[in-house]
Design a protein around this ligand. Sequence first.
Ligand SMILES: [Zn+2]
Length: 100
Amino acid sequence: MESERTENVAILVAIKPVDLQGRVVIPTDVRSVYGIQWGTYVEFLVDGDLIIVRPFQPHDACTLCGEIVTHGGVLYMGKLVCTECREDMVRKVSSLSADD
Ligand SMILES: [Zn+2]
């Protein structure tokens, strides 16, 4: 996809129909450029007559698994890691140590 990002100027990329369930397919080129894959959460914002769809990157999501961290997360090198990922890392590191 060829596009020049210009501040406050929206570029028409595609026109897509909404299906019976209210779904719209995000064009392949747009998914590629914005790193949207199966399972990626996107957020919808509205601004007047504009609907903005963008990848959801919450500040409170685990860096490793992307799950929302509601409690027990730890910051490691400035990145938030959820309890499950932290415990998984500890188990894996412990098993590596046990192999020595
Ligand atoms: Zn995690």
